[in-house]
Design a protein around this ligand. Structure first.
Ligand code: MG
Ligand code: ZN
Length: 455
């Protein structure tokens, strides 16, 4: 009897397998948690459990695998090469924005979506012209060419652009950073874009196409964000989905939790964990949409890990078998606000105590504070060490690391994303699932570019 049951289960299993190939997704939402390694996810989950009374992250329910992040030029990628691998399915050199190792343009998922008549969107908490969103809608040899990236993004007529960074859309004469005198905000309006620059205008209602930039550079960290002034990543994601969803040809949307990476670079644990949680809320918005819609593939991935974060570390020469999320919950602000204030302060010790929510400083901590007071350039390191000892978290780098990152997927095609993938392989797989022919589109791009150059 048991064997018959087993046989039946196997038969059913095979049947499942045969039917498992789901139809082509109509929409693709690609979520990128910049600089979010596996430890960052654990950190956010432990924090959610200890502080927010939640058992799991939204992401936890849809984890399917891991991604290896090396670029063509280094085992440790930067965000430009990392995003290009996903956008174009090709590994390139660090710094490259949707160009190959020879500097030739590579077609992106967004361009392929556009070519099929789908609606497109980019949402980020960094400048919208920053490396990750750039690699979906621009082709330049170096990520620092943000004036050029902003111009190309607009020329692509991306339907929804939401994030920070109006400085690269305005000429220097009008308070921006463009050297070419162009005012891209005005140009966007002439192209039919609704241009919004405040949360109030944004909440009054937006239409397609929209260019929403809520600050001159990156948006504030979640821990510092004033909800009256700046929309959250989840809010921008919801608005983008409402605008894109009515396209009969479907849509491609990339949403980036950009500043998880910045807090990792700064080794700012309290800012970092809140960035990851804000990203997870945006994932919840995307998943809600996908569950209702049934034709949307949601993929979440990181481009690389940042900071070499560890949960548990040596304190006074001994490995400690615990870490304390509550310490991070008491911290009032990011280093962006805290460190300059400490440098200016007459009484940095009491300021520090107030901002970190500490009743008192221990002797070893007072020694650290004395050191930073004497050498104000060391404040960031000292605060990191102080929080690190209290929370028992460690950082090994102010840059990126080579570790694999988590992969998450939900919706039609998600079953193909189970396993361990190279970053470029994932990009090609997404194109295949959507039925995009990126190599053919790349050929077209290069022909057009050659024609453009000969004129
Ligand atoms: Mg980024
Ligand atoms: Zn970074």
């Amino acid at each position: 009897m048991r064997w018959i049951l087993l046989f039946l289960v196997m038969l059913l299993g095979v049947g499942e397998g045969a039917r498992a190939q789901s139809p082509r997704p109509k929409n693709l939402i690609l979520m990128i948690a910049d600089g979010c390694g596996p430890a960052s996810i654990t950190m956010a989950r432990d924090y959610a459990r200890a502080v927010l009374g939640r058992e799991e992250l939204t992401l936890d329910a849809i984890q399917t695998g891991a991604v290896r992040t090396a670029s063509a030029s280094s085992r440790v990628t930067d965000s430009a090469a990392g995003a290009t691998a996903y956008a174009c399915g090709v590994k390139t050199y660090n710094g490259a924005i949707a160009v190959d190792t020879a500097g030739r343009p590579l077609a992106t998922l967004l361009e392929a979506a556009k070519a099929r008549g789908m609606a497109t969107g980019l949402v980020a908490t960094s400048r919208i012209s920053h490396a990750t969103p750039a690699a979906f809608a621009a082709h330049v040899p170096q990520r620092a060419m943000e004036s050029e990236i902003a111009a190309q993004m607009l020329a692509q007529r991306v339907d929804v652009l939401l994030g920070g960074g109006w400085s690269y859309f305005l000429p220097t004469a009008e308070g921006g950073r463009r050297q070419d005198g162009r005012n891209l905000l005005r140009e966007a309006e002439a192209m039919g874009y609704q241009v919004v620059r405040t949360a109030a205008d944004f909440r009054r209602g937006v239409r397609r196409p929209v260019l929403g930039l809520f600050g001159p550079s990156h948006l504030p960290y979640e821990i510092d964000r004033d909800p009256e002034e700046v929309p959250s990543l989840a809010e921008m994601t919801r608005a983008a989905l409402e605008l894109l969803a009515d396209d009969p040809d479907g849509f491609f949307l990339m949403v980036e939790g950009s500043r998880i990476d910045h807090a990792g670079h700064a080794n700012d644990a309290a800012a970092h964990v809140r960035e990851v949680l804000a990203y997870d809320e945006a994932v919840a918005v995307a998943l809600d949409f996908a569950r209702r819609d049934g034709q949307t593939l949601v993929v979440s991935v990181a481009d690389h890990e940042t900071g070499g974060l560890s949960l548990g570390r040596n304190v006074n020469g001994r490995g400690v078998y615990d870490w304390h999320p509550e310490v991070l919950a008491r911290v009032q602000a990011s280093y962006e606000r805290l460190i300059p204030a400490l440098r200016r302060s007459e009484r940095p010790d009491s300021l520090l105590q107030a901002w970190l929510g500490l009743d008192s400083l221990r002797a070893d901590e007072q020694a650290l504070v004395a050191q930073a007071t004497a050498e104000p350039d060391t404040w960031a390191e000292v605060v990191t060490e102080l929080i690190g000892r209290r929370a028992v978290v460690g950082w090994t780098s102010n840059g990126h690391t080579a570790v694999d990152v988590n992969l998450y997927a939900f919706g039609p095609g998600a079953e193909r994303l189970v396993g361990s993938f190279e970053n470029d392989e994932l990009g090609r797989l997404l194109a295949e699932l959507m039925g995009f022919d990126l190599p053919a589109l790349t050929e077209t791009l290069r022909r057009e570019e050659a024609v453009g150059e000969s004129h």
